[in-house]
Write a protein that binds this ligand. Structure first.
Ligand code: F6R
Length: 246
């Protein structure tokens, strides 16, 4: 059953600090822990905070491993909008994590099912995800698990919805540049994480926050599956928290 720990913050910067507190505690307890990481706008204050804390000597990433949630199909590590590049620029290049200890699904893989299987196996070999970071899409997607009529279990290829492509076009020069499909960890991969931190900021996410945590559990709102996870910390700012009180 859901054990939801709610942390209310005022600003994205405070959200970053609150989320960093959880990551710091996990890394102290297990220096070679496995972090499940997300891209997008919401994690940026967290990544800035993690970088600052390692510089201040508070965290040591040298033994930490990380697995990202997703990647656009067709975009390689050098593409400015690839999630691998995002992670390098916004986190990995600034901390002591070893390159071989960071994995992101390969957007250029020719055999996608084999790559997805290898991705799952790698996470398993590492002993599973200790702490999974999640944002939420306006349609309730987690990773790139879009609303559909079942919960996809493992890492897989997915067609992006018009809503997600529209939301992400802000990073591309036009909607036509936004890839139409992606590779994402499955709902099962996410749910297997020992601990989950979901970060939500902004009034535009209040409604979906409500649906995810207080609506019916349905693959039409993929994030609603979190109601069945035993250890979720939800960190939200006041604007998104309006969704807690509907
Ligand atoms: C990205 C990811 C997505 C985002 C979601 C919210 O790796 O997994 O599910 O978390 O699209 O994105 P932002 O934070 O940009 O609103």
């Amino acid at each position: 059953m859901l054990h939801l720990n709610i942390v209310n913050v005022e600003t994205p910067e405070e959200m970053g600090k609150a989320a960093a507190d959880v990551f710091e505690a996990v890394i102290h307890a297990k220096p070679a822990c496995v972090m499940g990481l997300a891209t997008g706008s919401t994690p940026l204050p967290l990544y800035r905070e993690l970088i600052a804390r390692e510089k201040a000597g508070l965290i040591d990433f040298s033994r930490v491993r990380s697995a990202n949630l997703d990647e656009y199909k067709g975009l390689g590590p050098d593409h400015p909008q690839s999630y691998r590049r995002f992670m390098q620029e916004n986190l990995f290049d600034h901390i002591s994590i070893k390159p071989e200890n960071t994995i992101v699904p390969d957007g250029l893989a020719t055999d996608i099912p084999a790559m997805c299987e290898a991705y799952e196996r790698k996470i398993e070999d590492w002993g599973g995800v200790d702490i999974q970071l999640l944002g939420i899409g306006h349609d309730g997607h987690i990773g790139f698990n879009e609303p559909c009529d079942y919960f996809p279990v493992m890492t897989h290829e997915v067609q992006l919805t018009a809503m997600t492509r529209e939301a992400n076009k802000r990073f591309f020069s036009s909607i036509d540049e936004v890839p139409t499909s992606a590779i994402t960890m499955g709902i099962g991969t996410v749910m297997a994480a020992k601990r989950i931190v979901m970060i939500i900021t902004g009034a535009d996410k209040a409604e979906i926050l409500h649906k995810v945590f207080f609506g019916p559990v349905t693959p039409e709102v993929p994030g609603s599956i979190l109601q069945f996870h035993p250890d979720v910390t939800l960190i939200c700012d006041a604007a998104a928290a309006a969704g807690l009180h509907k």
